[in-house]
Design a protein around this ligand. Sequence first.
Ligand code: PLP
Length: 348
Amino acid sequence: MTPAGAAVDLRSDTVTRPSEPMRAAMAAAPVGDDVYGEDPTVAALEERVADLLGHEAGLFTPTGSMANQLALRLLVHPGEELLCDAEAHVARAELGAAAALSGITTRTWVSRRGRLDTDVVADLARPDAGPYLVSTTALAVEDTHNFGGGTVQSISEMRRLREFADAASLATHLDGARLWHAHRVTGVPLRDYGALFDTVMVAFSKGLGAPAGSVLVSCAERIAEARIWRKRFGGGMRQVGILAAGALYALDHNLDRLPEDHARARRLAEAVAQAAPDVVDPTAVETNIVNLDLSGVAVSASEFAAGARAAGVLVSALGPRRVRLVTHLDLGDEHVVHACTVLPALLA
Ligand SMILES: *Cc1c(COP(=O)(O)O)cnc(C)c1O
């Protein structure tokens, strides 16, 4: 078993638990009824995140999915079309919400590891398609790209996308659940990302280690409308400054340490690649997510996950031959060392 006796949990960066000082900050937070607009801690978080991303206003939501869906609801009318990557969270992991809740149709482009290529998007887009074909109204980008393997988008490619979107009068949304990680890798200021998108979602319950919460930012008018739709979607919350305080604590204490997670992900990939070079290319690991491709080896993803579990390491089987490892702030060096022994042995 592991050094501490508990499993090394590499399934996701959502498995972290709030630290003692984060809990203390949450317990001490001034709160009020946020549906009445009276929670000072929520207001402080919304203002701070809007300012970080260079937008006028922010809206606290219980989940990243809700923030994404509020953005899409406001950018795309029923019967119109969103374009995104075929592996995008909004297309694959929100249970068809854009269609089910907002009457939005989605078409997708195919990418390598989730990496944005504006030429491919421009080929696919059909703005003002007339009375016969569906008109494209919005483009969504994910940075870092989750199912792509924590892929960091190039800022110059995103600038090209914005130029294309402006020329074609299309709106842009950034699913930035892990934009923090991209920002720490590229050094590009968060405001520079913000400037390229009409709406941006950032999450606090992934790499930043808060128990819940995301913020959607945009112009004041759109956020006022999003506030109404949040209530309509059932996301009006009351003394929720308790959660916002966790997010504020995370911004102060857990943003600068992300490179540690990136280095550990790279170490895991290097250990696996030593035993099975075809399974992962360590140089492709840019942030805290490692995708293992088991198509060239005898072991399936579920067999690999079961073997790892038996040795005290939890991983996600994302497909028959696909495994995902994610590093996060609840791992210690001893956990990484243990995983670096267990995982390669399953492939040797
Ligand atoms: C997790 C995630 C979301 C959704 O966040 P939830 O809080 O789980 O709803 C959206 N986009 C990406 C890229 C994610 O990884």
